[in-house]
Design a protein around this ligand. Structure first.
Ligand SMILES: Nc1nc2c(c(=O)[nH]1)N=C([C@H](O)[C@H](O)COP(=O)(O)OP(=O)(O)OP(=O)(O)O)CN2
Length: 279
């Protein structure tokens, strides 16, 4: 017997890519279970599938930096913070953070199909009673090319896993100017925020004129540090919650283009914030 739950949860993470660098990602998680029916006529109560799977997804890939450890130019070593990941291609980055902030995979690239199989294997290690095999499908939300933005960030004040300094999201963006959807503005911002690191200026260590920018903070899970080229960073004058991102986008857009601007910024799939500004 086969049981499935589509869109069981969303998985938000960042991964390192030899072509794109630090990529913010969000996937819908579809889960399938194979096994035997119990006396109650069920394989596994739907009410229990979700918490069972979500608990394990949250404890593995979710909100981590997914690192392909076999990629040329990439190194992983121990450090005072926990682990230090250094990259070279396509640009140099260093992240130091507690171990739980990373998922290390002995691969040369991160591909959603392989990641889906990996997650299925992880869930299958502790299957519910009567369940033999677990399969997972990671699915991107359909977003027209040029109309989504893919950033990474960390929220030092967050009590949960969002405090991790390099996790990310792939999100829709909507911008209206004087009540009309403005596709050109959306595409311009999505291009600017593609594979970008959004940082709170308050976390900057050193000068923002440096070629490499360094950010550091301490949160409940430990010490976090990241260093990356200035051109891969957008500095914001506040913490990078989606409310502040929407507010910042609305203000910047109104300042540059005038009019009444409304921004709907998603953080991952199906949730976000709306902000307005007028000049
Ligand atoms: N009001 C806000 N709440 C949260 C924000 C935010 O910007 N505004 N941001 C975060 C984190 O950045 C986090 O990455 C969001 O992840 P999310 O998937 O929502 O977190 P959860 O794991 O708690 O939720 P799911 O049920 O797994 O979707 C957190 N909160």
């Amino acid at each position: 017997m086969n049981l499935f739950v589509h869109s069981l949860t969303a998985l938000d993470a960042s991964y390192w890519c030899a072509e794109r660098g630090l990529v913010g990602a969000s996937w819908q998680v579809d889960v399938e279970l194979d096994g035997e029916l119990g006396e109650d006529g069920m394989l596994f109560d739907f009410g229990e599938v979700k918490p069972w799977a979500k608990r394990q997804i949250d404890a593995t890939l979710d909100h981590t930096l997914i690192v392909p450890t076999q990629m040329p130019g990439l190194s992983v070593s121990e450090c005072a913070e926990g682990l230090c990941v250094r990259t070279q291609l396509p640009w140099p980055m260093e992240v130091r953070a507690p171990r739980q902030a990373f998922t290390l995979l002995p691969w040369s690239t991160i591909e959603p199909q392989r990641l889906s199989r990996y997650l299925g294997e992880q869930l299958g290690k502790r299957p519910p009673p009567r369940v033999g095999e677990v399969r997972v499908q990671l699915r991107e939300e359909p977003i027209a090319p040029g109309f989504g933005y893919t950033y990474s960030h960390g929220l030092k004040h967050h009590a949960g896993n969002c405090q991790r300094i390099a996790h990310g999201h792939r999100s829709r963006l909507g911008i209206w100017r004087d009540g009309e959807l403005d596709e050109a503005l959306i595409q311009r911002w999505c291009a600017r925020l593609a594979d970008i690191y959004l940082a709170d200026r308050a976390d900057l260590v050193g000068s923002e004129e440096d070629e490499s920018l360094r950010f550091a903070y301490e949160s409940l899970q430990g010490q976090f540090r990241i260093r990356l080229p200035r051109e891969r960073v957008v500095l914001m004058p506040f913490t990078t919650t989606v409310e502040q991102i929407a507010h910042w986008l609305a203000e910047e857009t109104a300042l540059a283009h005038g009019g009444r601007i409304r921004v709907q910024a998603f953080e991952g799939i199906g949730k976000g914030a709306t902000a307005e500004a007028k000049r």
